[in-house]
Design a protein around this ligand. Structure first.
Ligand code: GLN
Length: 192
């Protein structure tokens, strides 16, 4: 069974851990570099990307996270986690950094200007899923190596992407009780 960490600096950590356990993985929380060393893959939860970035820096995790991702560790970022995995962001705060890894531009709080929170049905990797968006980002543009896995109204925006071992969604599958997105990620970890 793969061991998958949930970055536990801030955000909805417990919900992801429960979904991973239900999807055939052993879930552990990651707050320290030594805990990061112990995982086969990592979930970066939703929360607030500016806070997560600052805490990752304070806890000396930012560089170790970048190194593991460069080495090919599978990672899945949801909402704020998607922002953390983006190589480039728009509408971040002054000096805001990410871990990076996915060749894309993510616009922070993009849906939030119209409606803070909404739900919709959309196709994720060919399966119909219920998606919950909470002050969610969208993907403004992707590089050639990035596969688009899902789009949402309004605007047919890109809300799910994959680049090799990295997965990101604007929405929060951990809040639905439907484990298919987490199973998709657990399978990605198993394949490596
Ligand atoms: N707006 C938040 C951010 O900028 C993300 C919201 C979320 O994760 N639900 O990080």
């Amino acid at each position: 069974m793969p061991t998958i960490g949930v970055l536990a600096l801030q955000g909805d950590v417990r919900e992801h851990a429960r979904m991973l356990q239900e999807s055939g993985a052993t879930a552990i929380t990651v707050r320290r570099p030594a805990e990061l060393d112990a995982v086969d893959g990592l979930v970066i939860p939703g929360g607030e990307s500016t806070t997560m970035w600052k805490l990752a820096d304070i806890f000396d995790l930012l560089e170790p996270l970048r190194v593991r991702i460069k080495e090919g560790m599978p990672a899945y970022g949801s909402c704020a986690g998607m922002i953390m995995l983006a190589d480039r962001i728009q509408d971040g705060i002054e000096g805001q950094q990410t871990i990076g890894g996915i060749d894309m531009v993510v616009r922070r709080n993009a849906f939030g200007r119209q409606v803070d929170s909404f739900e919709s049905d959309l196709d994720f990797a060919g399966e119909r899923v219920r998606a919950i968006f909470i002050r969610a980002p969208w993907v403004e543009s992707v590089g050639a190596g990035v596969e688009v896995l899902g789009r949402a109204e309004p605007g047919d925006r890109i809300v799910a992407v994959r680049q090799g071992p990295l997965l990101a969604t604007s929405f929060h599958p951990e809040l639905t009780g439907d484990t298919r997105v987490h199973r998709y990620f657990v399978d990605m970890v198993r394949e490596l």
